[in-house]
Design a protein around this ligand. Sequence first.
Ligand code: NAD
Length: 539
Amino acid sequence: MTDITAENRGGGRNPAAPGAGRTVASAVPQSLVARLARGVTAAGDADLTRTLAPLTGEPLAELPQSTPQDVTVAYELARRAQQAWAAQPVRRRAAVLLRFHDLLLKRQDEVLDLIQAETGKSRLHAFEEVLGAALAARHYGRAAVGYLKDRRRGGALPVLTHTVEGRRPKGVIGQISPWNYPLELSVSDALPAFVAGNAVVNKPDTQTALTALWARELLIEAGLPADLWQIVIGDGPVIGPAVVEHADYVSFTGSTPTGRDVAQRAAARLVGASLELGGKNALLVLADADLDKAAEGAVRACFSSAGQLCISIERLFVHRSVADAFLERFVARTRAMRLGGGLAYGADMGSLVSTRQLETVTRHVEEAVKAGATVLTGGQARPELGPLFYEPTILDGVTPEMTVCGQETFGPVVSIYRFDTDEEAVEQANATPYGLNSSVWTKDRRRGRAIATRLRTGTVNVNEAYAAAYGSVGSPMGGMGDSGLGRRHGAEGILRFTEAQTVATQRLLPIAPSLGLTDEKFAALMTTGLRALKALGLK
Ligand code: NAD
């Protein structure tokens, strides 16, 4: 564990845990990699692809690459398994999720090692994934019966028409996931899909496939039939389209450009898709905010998982009257953060995941500085800590022509802007095509909630960074505008994996002239009936 700055070396808030001397190689032995690799649907003689551990740059795993033909096989296996699974009562399917919840909490250290090894994030940030996955497992384990049960609806003719709305599984869900939250984003969408009676063919990002494969193993241990969750691995542009090609519904999480491509492919096949995409999220510090809490919240909001979090804050708007006082606190807290790569709790931030991410972050900051922005803290890579470490960075004086102003950096970089009125703050926060998440800080919670309703984002957190809304798994999460289509979590998060079906049973009389009525008499009777139904207040 190494401190980020010379000033705080050795003096951080927590004693820096060294990871008990455990290395990535000892925490993720090749025997484990080989076992997990057997979960990939790929031919026996498949080409191998290699991943590296971001924390150290050392080789991590060799995994078989699936071909489009393997994807076809995966769908065949999944389709067969889905038939028997869908015939099981919801309650029995839900019990698997609740067992998974318990196993996950018990065996969390195994997956925390894998997540850290594959992503480079700190253990605390890896734990957020355990938290998110457990919340989703409990919620859908307990609530699925209610979400999926048949519902009586008003019939075409009261008393004579008995109408029931039911939910049928879509079939096989094609799920494509990114590398940034490999446990959370493979499980939180797959669990509601399974409990609704579907199978899943999942393409995780190759870099983080071990975590998804581990989650699959654990779910099988919890009682999921093995063929129900197929995992295919390979280059996105090569096998991603094959995953969409066979799917009955597509659940995609990733960047906005890829999301557009996936949406077009799904639309051409007339299958639905939910798209959880990028963001350029805003945090508002109102004049009456508790500045200490806001500064601490801003650190979490901007630098969790080194900013490689879709709901992370990259634009921070602060009321001019408190800007200096807030920035003093925010910069000091950010400077005190400890960067570290140990496989134990203690670091405040880990590393970036890939050279591509490091290059993007470096380019956005260097370009902004060259164009006149000021670095309040950070702004440097830290190769002495590991090949992909970059300091948490706060920029001031960012202007619209700078890339960092409007484009998602997806790294530990936040830009500061000042405002004078609530009106101006809302307008500036909304001045982006994205609409994923935002955060508002004020001592007046009612005022915070009122401002929230004017922000064009799928989630808004008042006096919290992102976890309050994201962790409220009974309520939908997702993006407006370029941040996506559809929602995960809550009713929408499970009903998207179902087809609505209306079963209406007619008795005694048909909805047509009968019992010797002429067409005219029938029309007149129905007209009187319609007026009466409205007068009675029926819906
Ligand atoms: P990405 O779009 O490059 O890749 C996402 C997944 O899509 C990967 O598995 C990739 O292999 C696959 N893919 C690539 N090309 C494809 C194609 N042509 N067809 C089908 N699949 C293809 O995104 P990324 O860089 O891995 O992830 C970071 C992005 O994801 C950021 O923009 C982030 O904001 C977003 N994200 C959004 C959410 C959310 O919930 N809204 C959550 C996490 C990440």
